[in-house]
Design a protein around this ligand. Sequence first.
Ligand code: AMP
Length: 419
Amino acid sequence: MSFTTLGLSAPILRAIKEEGYIKPTPIQKQAIPIILSKKDVLAGAQTGTGKTAGFTLPLLELLGEHAQSKGKHPVRALILTPTRELASQVYENVRSYSKYTPYKSTVVFGGVGINPQIGNFRRGVDIVVATPGRLLDHIGRRTVNLSKVEFLILDEADRMLDMGFIHDIKKILAILPKKRQNLLFSATFSNDIKKLSDSLLNAPKLIEVAKRNTASELVEQLVHPVDKAKKRALLSNLIKKDNWKQVLVFTRTKHGANKLSEQLSKDGINSAAIHGNKSQGARTKALANFKSGAVRVLVATDIAARGIDIDQLPYVVNFELPNISEDYIHRIGRTGRAGTQGKAISLVCVDELQYLKDIEKLTKRKIPQETIEGFEPDPTIKPEPPKKKSNSRNRPRNRKVNAKPASQNRSTNSRARRR
Ligand code: AMP
């Protein structure tokens, strides 16, 4: 099947061709005709499946159905994403796919000056990609008019809920016109997502490409058992021995990300850390250097790495396993993207065996283990009791957010956003 049979018009097909896309991915095959038929959609798709084009291409097509009078660009499509990085990436995609259409787009997120964003709104845009917090700032200042919105897309909705954005989302929904088409994309279907979709979507069509809560088939997964104190040496060893070029490494904490990045640099491996305490400029620079190959290893926390889009990222390393099993799926979703094989390697010490069990239970598969010579775990080391154990259905962060009255939620949310 090629894109030409999907009902997209010439300017859109031309842009896709220039991107080098030959045939639609499974999510695109399913989503494009349904969205073109003007139905609401609930889509289960991880990043890496081509979901951004899956919603953007039909959106551009539908925007052309009733053209606005010349020169006017009221906001007609709103795309909400949980993080700044994802917002920038979605925006870059929207810009590429729309380059032969008359539609203007912009992106708004926090951590950068608000005035240029206000200027863009004033000049007129058809499509807005935004994180919820900064969009609410604009709504509060009356610098954006959303009264003509016809399409709402929630991207990575599960992560938005995890980050405590539900009240922000509700405030935004409250001011949108009631008659609109809604598309909700989520990597996982928790009960909270079902609740949100019940309240937001109107007789939605369900699309699911990767099986619910299963790790991508394209990702080869491996565990190296190793003592905590030897993890860094093992990582350096693997990178050098196998000459890994583009490695995304996950740590649990921002401090851990900084420390590991410094140590790798001392080992002669070019590396950078990316997390919520870094300025937007520093994050963008680190990502650009990683993409260009100037930086070989990017060390990231879960939230900062969310939505990082690097074509054919070959290696993801879990320097520490996440204590929330769903995060494992999100992490390894960075590799094996759009049809290429990737490898996800987890360095697991004795303290993390319970996390490993939880992950294997969620993904319903045993991850093969391989001990590396010289890094065999010391059997006399006993596990330290986990400091804080939580799972996705019982997360203290969520409970705190949900337990608060709406009026107090902005501070919790902004804390979550800064992570
Ligand atoms: P996404 O899941 O939207 O983050 O997309 C993941 C990656 O797949 C991006 O780098 C896209 O440029 C790429 N991609 C999207 N659609 C296609 C396609 N039909 N063929 C090849 N690559 C694609």
